[in-house]
Design a protein around this ligand. Structure first.
Ligand code: UT7
Length: 322
């Protein structure tokens, strides 16, 4: 039987920091409003780095920590809604930049749940014996999809990349992954593609920005995150006490607090770094896992859960022994 495990994790965020105070230049807002409603103090924004650049730095960091040769990687999956090009994918460009030849590389889009979707695909592809070591990336440059005149959204997001190398294992460490989708017919959270040039109208491409009905997304998130964790607990015949730590998608500190309350766990069990990064969408979970490991909240042998929700609407959760 082939199992899987995490070999290494990494992250990278662009250098430029935009504080809540800085945002007052663009919209009618305040540090008090943003911090009390979201837990965010600052976010990193990419001025001139691409999704490929962020992914590459995070990938190198994860490969180093996995202590493997990059040529051992035979699969790359990048989760993003901010690919630099419609095609090629960030994954294909990353493969070339890393100098790894003749491997499978592709991008997926499941918004903020994208990294967990990618993890599930890679996990299953390794367990099917088709691949041995996968590099999974969650990367986002949402600052380029943000309407900087819309205070409802522009204060929330940030840019970054997180990476993970997973590989074959003799012991069962990536124990279970759940993913789900509920097509967002009410358009609670969306961003249109640039208009494709119509032969008939000869239109000019216009980039859209993020639209969100925050309250409705908040309610969905507060319901789906604890539900997913409870499903992982039931499916794996464990109790909440068996889980040492929970790394949730960083969309709003109040959503994480609500999830903790619903799950009846202390906030000491929940990782929170949204104060420094804002919501980095697909990058949020891998960046948080990498930091939680680095800070010693998750140690080798610990059982932890991760959970996310996002545009789609999508959600996902995983139960992993590190
Ligand atoms: O990764 C998934 C993506 N998104 C999310 O997970 C977001 C989920 N939703 C949320 O996090 C919250 O709903 C928000 C943080 C977006 C909004 O917080 P809220 O407590 O739900 O506020 P609200 O939308 O109900 O707005 C309350 C008030 C409104 O003013 P009025 O109508 O009461 O006068 C807003 O116009 O706050 C106002 N407001 C702001 N004021 C200052 C909205 N944004 C701002 C702002 N600064 N940036």
């Amino acid at each position: 039987m082939i199992y899987t495990k995490i070999l290494g994790t990494g992250r990278y965020v662009p250098k430029t920091i935009v504080t809540n105070e800085d945002l007052k230049q663009y919209v009618d807002t305040s540090d008090e409003w943003i911090y009390s409603r979201t837990g965010i103090k600052e976010r990193h924004v990419s001025i001139d780095e691409s999704s490929l650049d962020l992914s590459y730095q995070a990938a190198i960091n994860a490969i180093d920590k996995a202590n493997i040769d990059k040529d051992e990687i035979d699969l790359i999956i990048v989760a993003t809604v901010t690919s630099d090009y419609a095609f090629p994918g960030v994954s294909n460009l990353l493969q070339a930049k890393l100098g790894i030849e003749n491997i499978m590389a592709f991008d997926i889009n499941a918004a903020c749940s994208g990294f967990i979707y990618a993890m599930q695909i890679a996990d299953k592809m390794i367990k099917s014996k088709s691949f041995k070591k996968a590099l999974i990336i969650g990367v986002e440059i949402l600052s380029r999809l943000t309407d900087w005149r819309d205070r409802n959204t522009c204060v929330l997001f940030g840019d970054g990349a997180g990476a993970m190398v997973i590989g074959e294992s003799e012991t069962n460490q990536i124990k279970d992954i759940i993913t789900g989708s509920q097509g967002d017919v009410d358009m609670l959270l969306y961003c249109k593609n640039p208009e494709l040039k119509s032969l008939k109208h000869n239109k000019i491409s216009v980039q859209d920005h993020i639209h969100m009905q925050g309250n409705e997304v908040f309610k969905f998130a507060s319901r789906i995150m604890p539900k997913t964790i409870n499903q992982l607990i039931e499916r794996n015949n464990i109790t909440m006490d068996d889980i040492q730590y929970i790394v949730a998608h960083q969309a709003n500190a109040r959503i994480i607090q609500k999830a903790a309350k619903e799950l009846n766990v202390s906030m000491d069990k929940m990782y929170v770094n949204i104060n420094h990064y804002g919501n980095t969408s697909a990058a949020s979970v891998p960046v948080a896992i990498d930091e939680a490991i680095e800070k010693g909240y998750i140690n080798r042998g610990d059982l932890f859960a991760t959970v996310a929700f996002g545009g789609g609407l999508t959600w996902g959760g995983a139960l992993i022994q590190y």
